[in-house]
Design a protein around this ligand. Structure first.
Ligand code: NAD
Length: 556
């Protein structure tokens, strides 16, 4: 059995002059010391003032804040990302709550819709269907031999925005920035990938600036062969790398996960990560209500990837926490799609992923009818239908349940089923609320209360760090369950007293560390790990965390 790796400290510097300044992993901009400027031939290439990291952060923040729009802030921060990664990550870490919504949801959705226009420098790997047969060669163009996490998308379902083709690359880039930020993955060991099989977005194909293949998406066998070539080539080049599927349309998401989950180290964040983070929020809400998971009746508006992932996680929770059978747990969940309540007797052909949650019940067309029939205690929105949790819906729910758990999760903000302020006013603050995209604080009895955000960021970086740190051979549902439990356990009583369902995002590195430890422990216990268990697992995983700070360089 292999012994654990450790990440080497400072890289050996062979670059000098402008080449060094143009390497974002090594560049320090104005923070190169006088001695370094001499050794690496930088005098004259930089202004004379030698800044420290804090001064540089202050300068960046002034510039971020004076941008006119969040999209401008995104563009500005991405140019910093491409220039100086240490500074980029330090700025993000020191201004986490302000900047996470800029580099990820909701702004990243807007950035993806405009991706061709705001494109500056390429980042990550593009693999297009017309290059089939050459993927292994193309992967060799990537300069890093030690990739640990790959986030891959085919751009077919970007957030709630639909098919954005190659413009979806903003998502893998953003998710990997979150990996570095939250769970200390080394940026050099991350790889964003966009598999371009065309787009069915006609407006994009007609856009003269569009960066991707101008053809309709490949289908069935062609599509499967393209993804398969990527999976095999990536595994051959980086056998230890975790592959995270991201924003694939649900007709592909389930198929790909089922095909690869037992063969390769991979997971789907839209399904499994969403399931775990939502379960964690529900467990916190139940701590406030002092109720059991198995007592709940849960209605989903939307029956796609997110709904299935969340429903499976809730079922796993009901079975593990309260001893329900699989069937009894599933019967407590009702799903609604664009055709109405998902039932066993529906005349349209139900997709495979919807069948386990089809109820043996009469047909019902709309949400209100389902609420009166089911009398739910939990309502989850994963439909992408803005405004569908209106006042009538929420008041109907409250007739049966004085303190409903309401999770309008659709992203970006413009797609949310309702807002935090609406729920607060319609339920007089009684509802337990979490949303997919962040909402501004609400004034409640003279106090500003920040609405909880059910953010996948709480889960996937920790799970990813956990599996790659112990070189697990696979990612199991048990790992996501333990991640959800760990996260829920980190919400303090004081936070619960304010109705907060998740810990502060400012704690994200500690949260990810605790999740990584729990996940790795499970991998060791279940003999899935590829290394011997380090005596001090906490210290081992902590030591793997990339700290964005400047190190003194020496010439080789
Ligand atoms: P999806 O495309 O797989 O599923 C969407 C579902 O909504 C489908 O079942 C569809 O039939 C249903 N739907 C569409 N119109 C409807 C209508 N009028 N009434 C009822 N149902 C309708 O998408 P997904 O991956 O499941 O994601 C759904 C939403 O959830 C997205 O907006 C996504 O951004 C969001 N999401 C949030 C989080 C989070 O908050 N942590 C995580 C994942 C996904």
């Amino acid at each position: 059995m292999r012994q654990p790796d450790s990440i080497t400290a400072a890289p050996r510097i062979t670059k000098r002059g402008r080449e060094l300044l143009r390497d974002p992993l090594l560049n320090k901009d104005t923070a190169f010391s006088d001695a370094e400027r001499t050794i690496f031939g930088l005098h004259g290439l930089l202004p004379p003032w030698i800044a420290d990291l804090d001064t540089q952060i202050a300068q960046i923040i002034v510039n971020v804040r004076r941008q006119a729009t969040d999209l401008d802030r995104y563009v500005y921060l991405e140019s910093l990302h491409d220039r100086n990664e240490t500074l980029y990550y330090r700025v993000l870490l020191t201004h986490l709550e302000e900047l996470t919504p800029i580099i990820y949801t909701p702004t990243v959705g807007h950035a993806c819709t405009q991706f061709s226009e705001i494109f500056q420098r390429p980042r990550g790997l593009y693999l297009s269907a017309d290059q089939r047969g050459q993927f292994a060669t193309i992967l060799n163009n990537w300069p890093e031999n030690d990739v640990e996490v790959i986030v891959v998308s085919d751009g077919s379902r970007i957030l709630g925005l639909g098919d954005l083709g190659a413009n979806g690359m903003g998502i893998p880039i953003g998710k990997l920035a979150l990996y570095v930020l939250a769970a200390g993955l080394h940026p050099q060991r991350t790889l964003p990938v966009l598999i371009d099989v065309g787009t069915n977005n006609v407006a994009l194909r007609a856009d003269p600036l569009y960066l991707g293949l101008r053809q309709p998406r490949s289908v069935s066998a062609d599509y499967a062969a393209t993804v398969d070539e990527f999976m095999q080539a990536a595994h051959a080049r980086w056998p230890r790398a975790l592959i995270q599927f991201e924003d694939f349309s649900n007709d592909q998401a389930f198929t790909l996960l089922d095909r690869y989950r037992d063969q390769l180290l991979c997971f789907n964040d839209d399904i499994q990560g969403t399931g775990a983070v939502t379960l964690a929020g529900i467990l916190s809400a139940l701590r406030i209500l002092d109720q059991r998971l198995s007592e709940q009746r849960i209605v989903f508006l939307g029956a796609g990837a997110a709904a299935r992932g969340i429903a499976d996680s809730i079922v796993a929770g009901m079975m593990a926490e309260d001893g329900l059978t699989l069937d009894a747990a599933r019967r407590r969940i009702w799903t609604i799609d664009s055709q109405g309540l998902v039932t066993v007797n529906r005349t349209d052909e139900l997709s495979e992923h919807k069948r386990p949650f089809a109820q043996d019940a009469p047909p019902l067309d709309d949400l209100i009818a389902v609420i009166h029939a089911v009398q739910p205690t939990i309502l989850i929105g994963v439909s992408g239908q803005a405004g569908s949790f209106n006042e009538t819906v929420i008041r109907a729910m409250q007739q049966y349940c004085p303190r409903p758990i309401l999770f309008p999760l659709s992203n970006p903000t413009s797609k949310a089923e309702c807002t935090a302020a609406q729920v607060d006013s319609w339920t007089n603050g009684a509802a337990l609320f979490a949303s997919g995209s962040p909402f501004p604080p609400i004034l409640r009895t003279g106090q500003l209360v920040t609405p909880s955000q059910c953010n996948n960021l709480y889960i996937f970086p920790g799970v990813g760090q956990g599996v790659v740190s112990c070189q697990s051979c696979c990612v199991t549902d048990g790992m996501f369950y333990i991640a959800a439990r760990t996260l829920a356990g980190m919400v303090s009583d004081a936070q619960l007293a304010q109705g907060r369902l998740y810990p502060d995002l400012t704690q994200i590195r500690d949260i990810s560390l605790q999740i990584a430890i729990a996940v790795a422990e499970l991998a060791f216990a279940e003999n899935l790990a590829g290394i011997a268990r380090p005596d001090d697992l906490t210290a081992f995983i902590k030591a793997r965390f990339f700290e964005p700070s400047y190190q003194a360089y020496d010439a080789v």
